[in-house]
Design a protein around this ligand. Structure first.
Ligand SMILES: [Zn+2]
Length: 131
């Protein structure tokens, strides 16, 4: 059966369609940069794709499990503020971003500088500093 095409804008805010943006990474394709991985992880939070979040988390910091089923946070928007390295050929990189969300009906913002490393042909999220 042919996979259904969805003409849905990607939740990561790229203005691309989901199928042409983060979907391939959630389906297993290696993200080419720290920013692409960061965007796909935001999209995974929107879609509550815990398997992908754990897969893209570095083994040194990855939680044993992640349960978003009961999570009432509604992710609204992602804005990338700055990038440092994290490009093809780099071994590490950082992405600073603001994620807007609603929790308990109130609009909130999370500003974080996340660290990523490139290992075994893939980018991984390591950890982040919340501003
Ligand atoms: Zn995307």
């Amino acid at each position: 059966m042919k996979k259904k095409q969805t003409l849905e804008r990607c939740p990561c805010g790229s203005a691309l369609f989901f199928d042409a943006c983060c979907a391939p990474y959630l389906d297993g394709q290696a993200a080419p940069s720290a920013q692409a991985l960061m965007r796909s992880r935001y999209t995974a939070y929107v879609k509550k794709d815990t398997a992908y979040l754990l897969l893209s988390w570095h083994a040194s910091t990855r939680p044993a499990s992640l349960n978003l089923a009961e999570d009432s946070v509604k992710w609204m928007a992602l804005e990338i503020l700055s990038l440092s390295q994290g490009l093809p050929g780099d071994s590490a990189g950082t992405v600073e971003f603001v994620a807007s969300y609603k929790a308990g009906g109130r609009a909130q913002r999370l500003t974080e500088k996340s660290r990523f490393v490139f290992e075994d042909g893939r980018w991984f999220y390591v950890d982040g500093d919340i501003a």
